[in-house]
Design a binder for this molecule. Sequence first.
Ligand code: SF4
Length: 352
Amino acid sequence: MNRRKTKKIKIGNVFIGGDSPIVVQSMLKTKPDDLQETLNQIRALKNAGCELIRMALPEIDTCKIIPFLKKETDIPIIGDVHFNHNIALKAMELGIDAIRINPGTINNTRKVKEIAHIAKETKTPIRIGINIGSIEKRILGKHHKPGAHTMVESALYYTKLFEDIGWTELKVSLKASDIYQTIEAYRKFSKLSDYPLHIGITEAGPIFSGVIKSSIGIGILLHLGIGDTIRVSLTGNPIYEVVAAYHILRDMGLRKRGINIISCPTCGRCKTNLMEFVEEFEKDMANIDKYLNVAIMGCEVNGPGEAKEADIGIAFSANKAVLFSKGTIIRTGIPREMAKDVLKEEIYNMTA
Ligand code: SF4
């Protein structure tokens, strides 16, 4: 996997593009005028490992949250602005870390130019976020139907517009809910431009199907070397977006964070309740940042082999278990009811 070389930009204290790690982003789902709820969700997302947060700024008035958040948290906040460009101008004036505009919903070159001037003046990075559902009328009029090419044309037009004004701290996204259109748009754009790219499948759906769709789309793009920030867009608690993003990055060997559970699916040979064991164990491990491979296996068939290869492994045989650490058996005959505590203790020792 050869990561595409992109321009490096900085949003708040986070570098994006170039040789920086691929950054995990999510979006707040609270009402922006509910200051405390919003701050609580920001803190929960940060604890889960989120590195960039986007928040909707639907009205000029909602910008009043910006100074409060700047005081209370250091995670960079990207204000999401549609329709009224004055909201972007106000948010930049108040020190927002970055602005996401969708040129299709602003749909006015003069207004986007005004944003570019103020972005340059206030040194505010801009995400040009193209969405297939809102391609501007000028481009749609020319091509009649939205598609990957219309997203690329729109993104190139607006990046050029910012360049003409002398502001190039930009990142770009080209999102569709269709995986193939999304991939085509990113592939086309990345051949023509070196701006860092925020990737994801937009409106991916509820948690189960949304994670699958996002994993396929984001996974293919990452494999092509495309993507500097990612968001798994889910209709659900945003914490799941962050958890899913790290799973994707970890499974592709791009970020190492948290416990990677290798567990067997169980079958008729399994003589212990492995499903319950793994489910509870996963919840208990949710807050561990350190990267470890932990194998949890249901019987002697593949159990010892997998448990030996992992950093820590536990293999059941009937209602007793054997514990491995770095390939060596360190304990045998562990009763089922003690096995989770024994495994957790070994993990805490290794991550201490
Ligand atoms: S490790 Fe054993 S219990 Fe688990 S799936 Fe394989 S054969 Fe079945």
